[in-house]
Ligand binder design. Structure first.
Ligand code: HEM
Length: 453
């Protein structure tokens, strides 16, 4: 029998949980394989088997939402990290080609020499601050050389790499504070050229691949962004955890010192025991049942992400024109939707607008997902007009009172008639009903407010 999963009132991104998440993880595992977390409005998969199953089922558990806030997901759209097969498979091939053991063989000697020098220096000091002097210093050098960073970018790597990870959490204070820093990285990667990177580096190789046509034109900067975002915080946390765990379990440290062939398995065990990445997202594309618990599909709602200095805006679902396949825009808060359209149209006036889907024009032809200034102006004007039309039709219908009928649009059949909308309202999730439910909620709040005052 299907039931709702248990609920836990925990904030996975609170400072005390981040510092020591393991008691919370144990508590969630104990509650069940799936636990609803109302603070983040997500379902946590807590046990090995269900996580493994979900990662293998990319059609149901999509990587289009790996972060816990829509702005970060919008910004990551199109990268290998936030895409599903077959697009993911293609992008991933180029990324991993440069990171395969064979590709990295040439760097092995350089990395080993750096490691030997660093360790020799630290040993002579007798005592050192392990996180700054070792866990941070070493990966920063290695990743900088790997990608081919020079000059001032090297100085920014720690801030940028950490911010790229911090913005993946829910929109709390930490995430909000890190967005401008992640934006600096994004802006830099949008304009980086081959000559900015050291000849022979992996980063330079990505530009060569772009010139050969092996990766899409204009994508080299995004790939560089991904290397830096993915390669800094993870490696720093792993080495930091390794030192802390050897300090906590000195007998294990003695074993590894006595037999250095144990180093690779010791490192793998550190990754397992204290994983450097704690929680990672997926979006369910349909209602899905896990061990008898139901997880409902798609939660609508979006915010926009502005790249300052360029006036490019990643709007995701905040601008929808006529909607996507279903031909109807889907939003739950009509006023917030209208306000963001007005703000974008009147205040921001975007140079480039990146949509969340190839939304439609009136004749059904899709806009691309990247709009130039004129197309953005057209999409914003149309979106405002459509919202106005839907608002008017919804209010007329709600003022007359809702009536259940045989219509597929029931109880909102007059709205569909009024708008001449003939799309399929049964597609899940249905934007038609999502949107009208938003107006209905708004209408009943206003009504209650008027009665009370
Ligand atoms: C111990 C260190 C590391 C850990 C624990 C780690 C962990 C991960 C995980 C869990 C993912 C998959 C995320 C998902 O399923 O959505 C991932 C993806 C990725 N990582 Fe790492 N990573 C590490 C180091 C690095 C380094 C050093 C680089 C490159 C410089 C890197 C580059 C990438 C890239 C490009 C992806 C995306 C690949 C894809 O799209 O499938 N990672 N990493």
């Amino acid at each position: 029998m299907t039931s709702s999963p248990p609920t836990a009132d925990v904030d996975l991104f609170a400072d005390d949980v981040l510092v020591d998440p393991y008691p919370t993880f144990a508590q969630l595992r104990e509650l069940g394989p799936v636990v609803y977390l109302p603070r983040h409005d997500v379902y946590a998969l807590t046990r090995y088997d269900v996580i493994r199953g979900a990662l293998a089922d990319t059609a149901t558990f999509s990587s289009r939402a790996i972060a816990f806030n829509p702005a970060a997901n919008d910004a990551l759209r199109g990268t290998s990290l936030a895409s599903d097969p077959p697009v993911h498979t293609e992008l991933r091939a180029t990324l991993t080609e440069n990171l395969s053991p064979r590709a990295l063989r040439g760097l092995k000697t350089t990395i080993e020499t750096k490691a030997d020098t660093l360790v020799a220096d630290l040993v002579t000091t007798g005592s050192f601050e392990a996180i700054d002097a070792l866990a941070r210093a070493f990966p920063l050098e290695v990743v900088a050389d790997l990608i081919g960073f020079t000059g001032e970018v090297r100085a920014n790597m720690l801030r940028w790499g950490q911010a790229a990870m911090e913005v993946l959490g829910p929109m709390n204070q930490r995430t909000a504070e890190n967005f401008p820093i992640a934006g600096e990285l994004y802006a830099w990667c949008s304009q980086v050229q081959a000559e900015d990177l050291t000849p022979g580096s992996v980063g330079r190789g990505i530009f060569d691949a772009e010139a050969r046509g092996a990766v899409p034109a204009g994508s080299a900067g995004h790939i560089i962004h991904q290397y830096l975002g993915a390669g800094v915080d993870t490696t720093i946390a792993s080495i930091g955890n390794l030192i802390a765990l050897f300090a906590a379990f000195p007998d294990q440290f003695d074993l590894v010192r006595a037999d250095p062939t144990l180093v690779p398995s010791a490192f793998a065990e550190v990754l397992r025991y204290w994983a450097p990445l704690h929680a990672w997202g997926r979006a369910v594309t349909r209602d899905v049942e896990i061990d008898g618990h139901l997880i409902p599909g798609h939660t609508p709602g979006s915010v926009a992400y502005l790249v300052e200095g360029q006036n490019s805006v990643f709007v995701g679902d905040a601008v929808q024109v006529h909607g996507a396949a279903n031909g109807f825009p889907g939003y739950t808060d009509p006023d917030a939707y209208r306000d963001s359209l007005a703000y974008l149209r009147e205040t921001i006036r975007p140079q480039k607008l990146y949509l969340g889907h190839p939304y439609r024009r009136a004749d059904g032809t899709p806009y691309g997902v990247e709009l130039d200034r004129d197309q953005a102006t057209e999409a914003l004007r149309e979106s405002v007009d459509i919202e106005g039309g839907v608002r008017g039709a919804a209010h007329r219908c709600l003022c007359h009172g809702l009536l259940d009928t045989d219509s597929a649009y029931s109880p909102f059949a007059p709205v569909a008639d009024d708008l001449g909308y003939t799309g399929d309202p049964t597609l899940e999730p249905s934007p038609f009903f999502t949107t009208l439910h938003g107006y209905r909620t708004q209408f009943s709040h206003q009504h209650r407010h008027e009665e009370e005052s």
